[in-house]
Design a protein around this ligand. Sequence first.
Ligand SMILES: NC(=O)c1ccc[n+]([C@@H]2O[C@H](COP(=O)([O-])OP(=O)(O)OC[C@H]3O[C@@H](n4cnc5c(N)ncnc54)[C@H](O)[C@@H]3O)[C@@H](O)[C@H]2O)c1
Ligand SMILES: [Zn+2]
Ligand SMILES: [Zn+2]
Length: 377
Amino acid sequence: MKAVVYHSAKKISVDDVPDAQIESPTDVLVRITATNICGSDLHMYEGRTSLEPGTVIGHENLGEVIEVGRAVTRVKVGDRVCLPFNVSCGFCKNCERGLTGFCLTVNPGTAGGAYGYADMGPYPGGQAELLRVPYGDFNCLRLPPDSVEREADYVMLADIWPTGYHATELADVQPGDSVVIWGAGPVGLMAALSCDVKGASKVMIVDRKPDRLSLAEKVGAIGIDDRKGDPVEQVLELTDGNGADKGCECVGWQAHDSNGQEHNYLSMNGLVKAVRATGAIGVVGVFPPADPKGPDNLAKKGQMAFDFGTYFTKGLRSGTGQANVKAYNRQLRDLIASGRAEPSFIVSHQLPLEKAPEAYQHFDSRDDGWTKVILKP
Ligand SMILES: NC(=O)c1ccc[n+]([C@@H]2O[C@H](COP(=O)([O-])OP(=O)(O)OC[C@H]3O[C@@H](n4cnc5c(N)ncnc54)[C@H](O)[C@@H]3O)[C@@H](O)[C@H]2O)c1
Ligand SMILES: [Zn+2]
Ligand SMILES: [Zn+2]
């Protein structure tokens, strides 16, 4: 089969690799029809993770079931399914509580597994013609018949919409809340959509990419361009000096200043200042336990100069981590099916799998107009 293979920093190619196949009776085999490039893929693409050369990448996958293992009872050949980026078992202590991003079975020694991702277990990715889905009955989200024509909406259920939603859950966003989101990449834009769905009264989103900020306005958010002035001051101005009720971190450790210099504390410290006292912050941008190529000694050790004193004094609280996609994907699917939400508003490109190398290059440079790419194997 054809698949996107990682070789080294900024070197990927579409190669012929052995076909994915059923390996265990609980597996499902899916022919992939849509697979997105994610901001998380870029950390690996830039050589900032320990990803093994030769790994097939891609964790935002949707397709048609073409074979099921003999222990699979619910999912049938011919079903159209979307796969959570998390690989999870469904029966461990964490999965039973809905914390499928922290499955204790699929990646022993760590909590959590994913397709085609550094340190997330032995699961090849789905930027490929075929994908093996472990524990298929648990992991496959079945899609309604309109998933063929509305594939660009449904494929957002694999990761970024549930992840954006998770940010708002960790931040405890309630109807009527004002919310500030740091980062208007796909995840930040999906957090903005989620705030809209939840009935937030005011949503502000900080970035410096005009194309992304104007997409945010499509779901009623106010774009805050941090090149035009201190973003914290802008949030305070928009909230009568109080700060937002809640905040979402959707940038991650590669947050940078206007010169492109990375400072891993920028988004977190911005949020601590821009969220009002007693508010909550949901952190879904990725922060690794170590970053050997980081710009300073703290960053190399996975640490940061966090404004903890202000965080404490304001009585803030926060939640962090990988999204538990299965906790939300069914409900979010039904919002798409009923026409209440169209997460595909962020999609800028739908390209054949062969175009992956150039698509990665453009998305990695955050080139104007490259907000979200769907690859079609
Ligand atoms: N927790 C999860 O389950 C999960 C899932 C998917 C993605 N992620 C992570 O979410 C983060 C965002 O991913 P994405 O797909 O939206 O891609 P992205 O990297 O394209 O988006 C990040 C955005 O942040 C902006 N940005 C950079 N520095 C900034 C700063 N100092 N202030 C404000 N904005 C700044 C960039 O311009 C960009 O638009 C990444 O770290 C990704 O790995 C986490
Ligand atoms: Zn992703
Ligand atoms: Zn589990």
